[in-house]
Design a binder for this molecule. Structure first.
Ligand code: NAP
Length: 250
């Protein structure tokens, strides 16, 4: 493994991606915080730097292959080969099945599924060259349970599970692990926006009461699992779906 370890976190400017970026920076990775929202990514990178860690923000739309390739080239020239990739950027959607338009379908697929495809193809050559790598894909517990009015979203997140399992088989012999964390009910701006729009079928507190551990997830819960999967100790774990959901889905 090379001396300097560079990690890329997509959607790193908010919620779960923010917590993973801060944690990987704390774990000693030079961390590239990628986000569509440049200001948010810069604020996360600045927070990590204030704590004495290495982090830089990059504005990248993961649904745009050319932008992903250019962004990851910039990361490489800043920090060196990319050995850790967390595909976290995602958008949500609630619509009755028959009201999902082609445009809505295409956008959610572009961000949630094509984004990880483009980012992973852009990063994997560095990992193969190093003979070591870690890829963590943030899917969703809704891919385990199904979710009403979210056929488009859940299809992308279930796709990410298949992506993970298949890629793990291909990259295992090259020293690269690929795993997915399907979070459930994590208190982030995405979840609160859904609550405000009345799309959760109850408040966050109501759902917390129905959760076996009796609280909503914290972004740090997902970051803890990601940190472990990225560690040396997790080298025998690949192709796995590691649920972090307070017991809501097993
Ligand atoms: P969030 O707070 O909305 O953060 C997502 C971040 O990704 C935002 O900064 C967003 O930027 C960015 N982003 C969106 N589209 C992008 C694109 N095309 N390219 C680059 N960045 C983009 O969401 P979150 O709750 O932390 O969710 C993170 C991931 O966890 C998502 O994949 C989500 O599906 C998954 N997840 C979350 C939960 C939950 O309970 N929160 C449950 C299951 C799965 P903008 O703000 O500019 O859009």
């Amino acid at each position: 493994m090379t001396e300097r370890r560079t990690a890329v976190v997509t959607g790193g400017g908010s919620g779960i991606g923010r917590a993973i970026s801060l944690r990987l920076a704390e774990d000693g990775f030079a961390t590239a915080v990628l986000d569509l929202n440049e200001e948010a990514a810069e604020s996360v990178a600045a927070e990590a730097r204030q704590k004495g860690h290495e982090a830089t923000a990059f504005k990248v739309d993961v649904s745009d292959r050319a932008a992903v390739e250019a962004g990851l080239d910039q990361v490489r020239s800043t920090y060196g080969p990319i050995l850790v990739l967390v595909n976290n950027a995602g958008i949500t959607g609630f619509k009755e099945f028959m009201k999902i338009t082609d445009a809505v379908w295409d956008r959610i697929v572009a961000v949630n599924l094509s984004g990880p495809f483009y980012c992973t193809q852009a990063a994997v050559p560095d990992m193969i060259e190093a003979g070591w790598g870690r890829i963590v894909n943030i899917s969703s517990s809704s891919a385990q349970s199904g979710q009403q009015y979210m056929v488009h979203y859940v299809s992308t997140k279930a796709g990410l599970v298949g992506f993970t399992k298949s890629l793990a088989l291909e990259l295992g012999p090259k020293g690269i692990t690929v795993n997915t964390i399907p979070p459930g009910f994590v208190d982030t701006p995405m979840l609160r926006a859904s609550e405000e729009r009345g799309l959760l079928g109850g408040t966050v507190d109501h759902h917390a009461d129905l959760t076996p551990v009796r609280r909503p997830g914290r972004p740090e819960d997902i970051a803890n699992a990601a940190s472990f999967l990225i560690s040396e100790e997790a080298g025998y774990i690949t192709g796995q779906v590691i649920g972090v959901n307070g017991g809501r889905n097993t």
